[in-house]
Design a protein around this ligand. Structure first.
Ligand SMILES: *Cc1c(COP(=O)(O)O)cnc(C)c1O
Length: 410
């Protein structure tokens, strides 16, 4: 029989022991995976001045932010609150990029007050930015290259119908506004969404950025966003980072030569850095055999991990407490009073009530999208780092649920 227990521990720390010690549902993160993903991406771009800005929205725990800061990352934030969390974690303002979408302009002014890099993604705000700041504060412009990157339609952002970025068909308006107010454009940004199908599609989007970038003479960086695909199941297509590194390095160096100045190249991965590091540990509450299938019911649901229901993400699911069990076909469902299937018809080691079940690839957009739906507490979070485990967020309590409610006499 295949010995699989290697999968069910992080840095020698047994995941069943973590479940026993901290209880379930529990998010656990493996720092080694985060750091190795960071290094892999960094190494692939060793031929250019690369800066990796972690997209904080994927997982905003202070411990994770500090870990990535320690590795040398900057951070990309999409709200004032994320900006403040990044500052609290110790990021320098110059390493923070603020990339909001459809926020109130006052948020942009607040971010300018913090002294971070501003990224603007619509023409009215670019105009307003010019009126308020003229050339006194630099900004980056976010372009929508109208490239269908492939992948999941709900997380695509660079196609024509997307709300993100300034359409490539409106670049002349950008140039006019920039000229009129003498705006200091120091960067051009594109984020074509997740799950790029090939390095060539990435390079194609880059070429659109180059054509826009040539019109600005004070650039210091080009930001190519993210979109690196990670593996969700065996045999999955993943972005070949090394191939992408080679192709983009050649393409970027050729651009810099043409531009007449060596610029920095930025990326903003979220999922690539933290997805595979995380597992959501839950407990099997019941095995329900029906004429249709065998359900594993667990003590968690879409309140803790919404991605499968929201956009059909696949998560491999394993029985952490029975790694050597024979595999059987199960459908894993949560306890929420709404359909909350985590995975259908998956082969999982034989399971009985009380077993610890692990949902893989839960590091990105897991905890950060969690809620109190059904008045459940959000899970605790544990980081395994240097072979040791530590609690990085407590499980919520009734007090948290009532904290902002006002007790009124009726
Ligand atoms: C969400 C987001 C990212 C990260 O996307 P991933 O798919 O998690 O890598 C990067 N840049 C911007 C602007 C984003 O909004």
């Amino acid at each position: 029989m295949q010995v699989t227990n290697r999968t069910y521990e992080f840095q020698g720390v047994s995941l069943t022991e973590l479940a026993t010690e901290y209880g379930t549902p529990l998010y656990v993160y493996n720092s080694e995976k985060i750091l190795s993903q960071y290094k892999r991406l960094h190494d692939a771009f060793s031929g250019v001045n690369v800066r990796i800005k972690y997209a904080a929205k994927a997982l905003t725990n202070q411990a994770i932010l500090k870990l990535l800061k320690g590795a040398g990352a900057g951070v990309d934030v999409v709200s004032i609150q994320e900006l403040q969390l990044a500052l609290k974690a110790g990021f320098d303002k110059k390493d923070i990029m603020f990339t909001p979408n459809c926020v109130d302009f006052s948020e942009i002014e607040e971010a300018v007050g913090y002294g971070v890099q501003i990224n603007i993604d619509n023409i009215p705000f670019l105009k307003q930015f010019g009126q308020v700041y003229g050339s006194s504060v630099p900004c980056c412009v976010r372009i929508n290259p109208h490239i269908d990157a492939g992948g999941n339609v709900k997380i695509m952002t660079g196609h024509k119908g997307s709300k993100f970025g300034i359409s490539i068909e409106q670049v002349n308006e950008i140039y006019e506004v920039v000229d009129e107010y003498e705006i200091l454009v120091n960067g051009v940004h594109v984020h074509s969404g997740s799950d790029f199908k090939s390095a060539d599609a990435f390079v194609r989007a880059a070429e659109v950025v180059y054509s826009v970038a040539m019109q600005f003479d004070k650039l210091t960086f080009l930001d190519f966003g993210s979109g690196f695909k990670v593996s969700y199941k065996e045999g999955d297509y993943v972005t070949d980072i090394e191939e992408l590194g080679k192709k983009m390095t050649d393409s970027f160096n050729a651009f810099c030569l043409n531009y007449g100045k060596k610029l920095d190249i930025w990326f903003e991965p979220g999922k690539f850095l933290v997805s595979e590091s995380g597992m959501l540990l839950v407990t099997c509450t019941v095995i329900k055999e029906t004429p249709a299938c065998n359900f594993i019911g667990v003590n968690s649901g879409l309140n803790h991990l919404i991605r499968p229901m929201m956009y059909g993400s696949h998560h491999d699911i394993v029985n952490v407490s029975n790694p050597d069990g024979d595999k059987k076909m199960y459908t894993v469902v949560g306890y929420i009073c709404e359909t909350d299937t985590f995975g259908s018809d998956l082969f999982i080691e034989e399971t009985k009530a009380g077993d610890i079940i692990g949902l893989k690839n839960a590091g990105a957009y897991g905890f950060s999208m969690s809620s109190n739906y059904n008045s459940r507490f959000r899970p605790a979070e544990v980081l395994v780092h240097k072979g040791k485990h530590q609690l990085i967020r407590k499980r919520e309590t009734m007090e948290d649920l009532l904290k902002n409610q006002i007790d009124v006499e009726l």
